[in-house]
Design a protein around this ligand. Structure first.
Ligand SMILES: Cc1cc2nc3c(=O)[nH]c(=O)nc-3n(C[C@H](O)[C@H](O)[C@H](O)COP(=O)(O)OP(=O)(O)OC[C@H]3O[C@@H](n4cnc5c(N)ncnc54)[C@H](O)[C@@H]3O)c2cc1C
Length: 375
């Protein structure tokens, strides 16, 4: 048995690592456990828009993240299926002085940057260890772990992702994440010189786009309706993605040509869950995807998880009482996360309904102004 008053972060994904870093920067003793012994991330690209970059600046990681990925002031370009530009966003700084409007990074590179920061901060990490059950005891929460042991902590930040075991144990009535009707393909290809920011191509019942993730690379995505949520074998990903992207013109001609057996490709059905308030029970607080897993339509799931961490770090020293801290945290986060998540799902629904481009764009623009609000 380990006794102690430190904070335990459960989950070493983007949200958990950000929470550990933010709490450490706030002067708290914090530890992290991660179920995966290899502590690896999927080799896919990730959009980091200005809000996520602003949150990384708060954690002192903006420079390192930009150096490991790609960032620019934009503009975002919206095209028709054949690559004819229909509209473009602003190149003015939208998120504050020194914060790029948008960026992208390969997930394993972001993990590496965050892992290094955790190591440099001296935050204790145990990998290959799973939080299995929580028990409230006098003045602490006891976390029972997959090695048969337990540890006592002042409180727990559970950032254990979309399929959160913590949520299932503490909020059994909430049910499972909901399939939205769409699937998302992602692949990594080389970056043409003219792609310095996000491009989005809209087609009937599908949207495809790309975003730079380094000087040499960009990631490509395809969002499409997936009636019945079919299981797609990994062996079929390459031919299916090539076939599906072939309907698009412009940059996609070279992209389809380039995709091959060695390309990093993956497919994921989209699932969402928004926990109603409260996001805590006793001394356990849920953050990141565990509390609010969204779709990638505004590229902000990870951004919200990093923002959670920043806000928790700001609030942790303002409250002696854990209940008051968790309530203040959820008061600050709930509405923003709800608006972004529901807006993101609504964009997906407009795609499923094949709504006019102008309607889809208007919703994206209004969500953009929510992202820019201070946290
Ligand atoms: C197709 C797709 C594309 C996306 N694209 C973007 C994008 O471009 N930009 C963006 O911002 N977001 C994007 N997202 C969302 C983003 O990936 C997530 O919001 C983000 O990764 C959530 O981070 P997290 O740390 O909360 O959860 P996760 O990344 O799921 O991390 C959870 C961690 O907890 C560990 N764990 C689980 N259970 C336990 C346990 N019991 N004990 C200990 N450890 C445990 C897991 O091993 C994992 O490491 C996308 C999502 C999808 C599905």
């Amino acid at each position: 048995m380990q006794m102690g008053s430190s904070i335990l972060v459960v989950g070493g994904g983007i949200g958990g690592m950000a929470a550990a870093l933010a709490l450490h920067r706030a002067g708290q003793a914090v530890e992290l456990i991660e179920a995966d012994a290899t502590w690896n991330a999927l080799g896919a690209g990730l959009t980091l828009n200005g809000g996520a970059l602003r949150a990384f600046a708060d954690l002192g990681l903006l420079e390192a993240v930009v150096a490991a990925g790609y960032a620019s002031v934009g503009p975002v370009r919206a095209c028709d299926e054949q690559g004819v530009v229909l509209g473009q966003g602003s190149s003015d700084p939208l998120f504050g002085e020194g914060i790029p409007n948008m960026g992208g990074i390969l997930r394993p590179r972001l993990h590496e940057v965050m892992r290094q920061a955790i190591e440099q901060a001296g935050i204790p990490v145990t990998t290959g260890l799973c939080a299995e059950r929580y028990e409230e005891i006098e003045g602490a929460v006891r976390v029972h772990t997959s090695d048969g042991g337990w540890r006592d902590h002042a409180f727990v930040v559970a950032a254990d992702g979309l399929m959160s075991r913590t949520r299932a144990q503490l909020f059994p009535d909430l049910g499972k994440p909901r399939f939205t009707g769409q699937g998302c393909w992602r692949a990594v290809v080389s970056r043409p010189e003219d792609v310095t920011a996000t491009w989005v191509y809209s087609a009937q019942y599908a949207k495809a786009g790309f975003n730079p993730i380094s000087q040499d690379l960009m990631y490509v995505y395809l969002l499409e309706s997936a009636p019945g949520n079919p299981w797609i074998e990994a062996a079929d990903w390459l031919p299916l993605l090539k076939a599906r992207l072939s309907r698009f013109g412009g940059h996609f001609r070279a992209i389809v040509e380039e995709l091959n057996e060695d390309s990093l490709i993956n497919y994921r059905p989209l699932e969402v869950i928004l926990m109603p308030r409260p996001w805590h029970k006793g001394r356990v607080l849920l953050t990141g995807d565990a509390a609010h897993a969204t779709t990638p339509h505004v590229g902000y799931g990870a951004g919200m998880a990093i923002e959670d961490a920043v806000v928790l770090g700001r609030l942790v020293n303002e409250h002696d009482d854990i209940e008051a801290l968790f309530t203040a945290f959820t008061d600050r986060r709930y509405e923003r996360c709800r608006a972004i998540l529901e807006g993101s799902v609504a964009i997906g629904q407009l795609e499923l309904d094949d709504a006019p481009f102008a309607e889809q764009r208007a919703l994206s623009v209004s969500l953009g102004s929510i992202l820019r609000e201070p946290i």
